[in-house]
Design a protein around this ligand. Structure first.
Ligand code: SF4
Ligand code: SF4
Length: 284
């Protein structure tokens, strides 16, 4: 049986490249398995463009974007990392030049997004604006879905928020898409796969018994529930307590830090002050 190829164009806007780094640090499967092998039998991801890891540069790689859009129409996966600056016609976010003019991330996401099989907004910045869209947001950064809605683009957007994204959330999502198709990716009301974001941190937290019994940490390093130190786990949806980070070594609360709510659309403004109690009512 011939291997089915899924071309991937990975664009980077206003962000820190942390989500690329997180995915590159994937352990099982490793990134080389993801890019070179058939992680799902008979299906292969073909990374055509990612400024952090590709060897090419200049006009030749910019041409790849147009070629993909026209020649692979409806068959490629667009991954967007980082928020999209939209002030000044997008000029705060240039990814290169085309025909002697800046090619903005706003223009590229719109053009490639309109013809993609699916757009994956990787990390909280691409999903909801994240830190670059924090107040006062002078560059008018926004997430992919908001941009698509404004421009009338109806391509499905799968949000994989996280600051950074967990590598399994990316690998798992593309594997489901390759193996079972887009309909198999069940999304919650803010566009995240329920598979990874379907449960509250608070439900599975190992400090939950302390919360229920009223045993609260008063300062960092104390035993007990971190609620009084600003933990946002009681309204944050992700599988961090079960999956953990760095190949299952640890995660925020296990390391003694409150959950910052990094996967939620309100992050970071609505989750601030980071080390103070913010109630669910405060978010409304
Ligand atoms: S540490 Fe946070 S997530 Fe864990 S029980 Fe306390 S409030 Fe809930
Ligand atoms: S525990 Fe909270 S802050 Fe830490 S990665 Fe998970 S959602 Fe983000």
């Amino acid at each position: 049986m011939a291997t089915k190829e899924y071309p991937v164009v990975w664009l980077q806007g206003a962000g820190c490249t942390g989500c690329s780094i997180s995915v590159l640090n994937a352990v099982s499967p490793r990134i080389q398995n993801l890019l070179l092998d058939e992680v799902v039998p008979g299906h292969h991801l073909n990374m055509l463009f990612n400024a952090t890891i590709m060897a090419g540069e200049g006009e030749a790689v910019i041409e790849v974007l147009k070629d993909t859009e026209t020649e692979r129409k409806g068959g490629y996966i667009l991954v967007v990392e980082g928020a999209i600056p939209t002030a000044a016609d997008g000029l705060y976010g240039s990814i290169g030049e085309r025909g002697g003019r800046h090619l903005t991330i706003e223009q590229s996401v719109a053009e490639l997004g309109a013809n993609a099989l699916v757009a994956i907004a990787i990390g909280t910045c691409a999903a909801y604006g994240g830190i670059p869209a924090g107040k006062p947001n002078p560059t008018q950064c926004k997430g992919v879905k908001e941009l698509f809605d404004e421009k009338g683009i109806d391509t499905l957007v799968v949000n994989l928020p996280g600051c950074p994204v967990h590598p399994d959330w990316f690998t798992g999502t593309v594997s489901v898409i390759m193996f079972s198709g887009l309909d198999a990716v069940k999304l919650d009301n803010v566009g995240r796969p329920e598979l990874f974001y379907g449960r509250l941190i608070h439900e599975n937290c190992p400090r939950r018994a302390d919360f229920d019994k009223g045993r609260f940490a008063e300062k960092l390093g104390d035993q007990g529930c971190l609620y009084k130190l600003g933990c946002k786990g009681h309204y944050t949806n992700a599988d961090c307590p079960i999956r953990q980070w760095n190949n299952g070594v640890s995660w925020c609360i296990k390391a003694g830090s409150p959950c910052l709510g990094c996967v939620e659309p309100e992050f970071p403004d609505g989750m601030s002050p980071i080390y103070e109690i913010v109630t669910f009512e405060d978010l409304k």
